[in-house]
Ligand binder design. Structure first.
Ligand SMILES: Cc1cc2nc3c(=O)[nH]c(=O)nc-3n(C[C@H](O)[C@H](O)[C@H](O)COP(=O)(O)OP(=O)(O)OC[C@H]3O[C@@H](n4cnc5c(N)ncnc54)[C@H](O)[C@@H]3O)c2cc1C
Length: 390
């Protein structure tokens, strides 16, 4: 009986106790756990439906209300966070299954077999990794259908999936430990889920940490889920996303620069100490070259539609009246051979709206209070920001 069962667990000729034998045992237990997933249709259905629901519900429920700086589509911001949430939730199944194996004395039967003891838990964790790979692929497919894109190329995308799988493996082992300690399947499930809920909702999974109250930010910044999600986000969104470009001042120059940086792929956070943009008229005209620069950002047509290109200046010198057609600058090498007369207030409104559409809102009521440099040889700087609300 024992010999027959042993053959079933390790159907290879590897030397007992050797690495090959341990790996073969792990593979067998992994297969057993994966078979269970496939053979229990409700388990497979929930394992498939839950990630799909998470992507669709969170994207459409939160996407209209949350505009994290530097991200055009909320789903780009959301998906790396959902990767962690879903695999962390899924890992609680490891705890439940280990507790079940203990409760049904399956572990005792394994102990009686001539097999590597480590294979029981390692096989469980490996099966969880295969399951996570399926879940991550499914989420990425659904996310892509609703606008998600990897922005940093295939190598970084593979890095993101690899990192998510490693994080899933870590969660599996933690939950296996919980299952061994708690021993009751239901209690193990709850014990695995509660810390995940607490950690996920106090992290950067759904919203930027900067939007949280100060006391919560202190925890959120060191929360391991924040660290993981930010690393995944950097791999998914690319380049400077790991650290945003902080830009101070949302006048016409600042708004234009922020849009330009964003179009180069940078994640931008734009702050201004004023609570609102200017409403009085300041600069009155936009030059042809400026219109050319703004055309690359997609705003020139709107500005031209709002402004006035047909302006004349009449100079009265005694009895003589000289008419100067300002709309005709007489240059042939531009698509905009005129001065565009438009109030600065309107220009700022259009530029601000364009930035908002790019997912870069102006964070108002935030003042750059100072910049600290530890020493002349140091390249790192610390910016001190002061919020109006303290
Ligand atoms: C009353 C007035 C009338 C004008 N009339 C004309 C005119 O008729 N024709 C013309 O061509 N030009 C005019 N100008 C000039 C024109 O408004 C400026 O050239 C233009 O605003 C410059 O744009 P900017 O983006 O460089 O800077 P600004 O528009 O000055 O924007 C700078 C932004 O940075 C923010 N800021 C500054 N320091 C901090 C900090 N430490 N922390 C956070 N935020 C900060 C400010 O709140 C501001 O919103 C006028 C200016 C004024 C004030």
């Amino acid at each position: 009986m024992t010999a027959a069962a042993a053959t079933a667990v390790a159907p290879v000729t590897a030397r007992a106790g050797g690495l090959g034998w341990v790996l073969a045992n792990i593979a067998t237990v992994t297969g057993r756990n994966l078979h269970r997933l496939v053979r229990v249709p409700t388990l497979a259905a929930f394992a498939t439906a839950q990630p799909v629901m998470f992507v669709l519900l969170f994207t459409y429920a939160f996407g209209g209300a949350i505009h994290p700086p530097g991200v055009e589509h909320y789903v780009d911001y959301l998906l790396p966070g959902l990767y962690v949430l879903t695999i962390a939730f899924g890992a609680s199944q490891t705890g439940v299954a280990v507790a079940e194996d203990l409760a049904t004395r399956m572990i005792d039967r394994f102990r009686a077999l001539p097999m590597a003891r480590s294979a029981v838990l390692a096989g469980r964790a490996a099966a969880g990794t295969v399951r996570n790979l399926f879940v991550l692929t499914l989420m990425t497919a659904v996310g892509t259908a609703v606008g998600f894109r990897f922005h940093a190329g295939p190598a970084a995308a593979a890095g993101a999936i690899g990192l998510a799988l490693l994080v899933g493996l870590a969660f599996s082992w933690i939950n296996a430990l919980i299952g061994l300690l708690v021993r009751d399947p239901e209690a193990a499930g709850l014990a695995g889920l509660l810390p995940v809920i607490a950690l996920v909702f106090t992290s950067s999974t759904f919203v930027p940490v900067a939007t949280m109250p100060g006391w919560l930010q202190a925890f959120a910044n060191v929360n391991p889920v924040t660290v993981t999600v930010d690393a995944l986000r950097a791999l998914c969104l690319g380049g400077p996303t790991a650290a945003p470009v902080w830009q101070v001042g949302a006048g016409p120059a600042g708004l234009t620069l922020a849009a330009q940086l964003h179009s180069f792929g940078a994640r931008v956070r734009l702050v201004d100490r004023q609570l609102d943009r200017v409403h009085e008229s300041r600069a009155l005209a936009i030059q042809p070259r400026t219109l050319e620069v703004l055309a690359g950002l997609g705003v020139t047509q709107t500005l031209v539609g709002l402004g006035n290109t047909a302006v004349q200046v009449r100079l009265h010198a005694g009895h003589r009246v000289v008419s100067i057609p300002l709309y005709d600058t007489g240059v042939a090498d531009t698509a905009y051979p005129f001065l565009l007369f438009l109030s600065q207030a309107e220009t700022e409104r259009v530029l601000g709206k364009q930035l908002q559409r790019r997912g870069v809102p102006v964070e108002r009521g935030v003042e750059l209070a100072g910049i600290d440099q530890p020493g002349p040889a140091q390249t790192s700087l610390t910016c001190r920001l002061r919020h109006r609300n303290g």
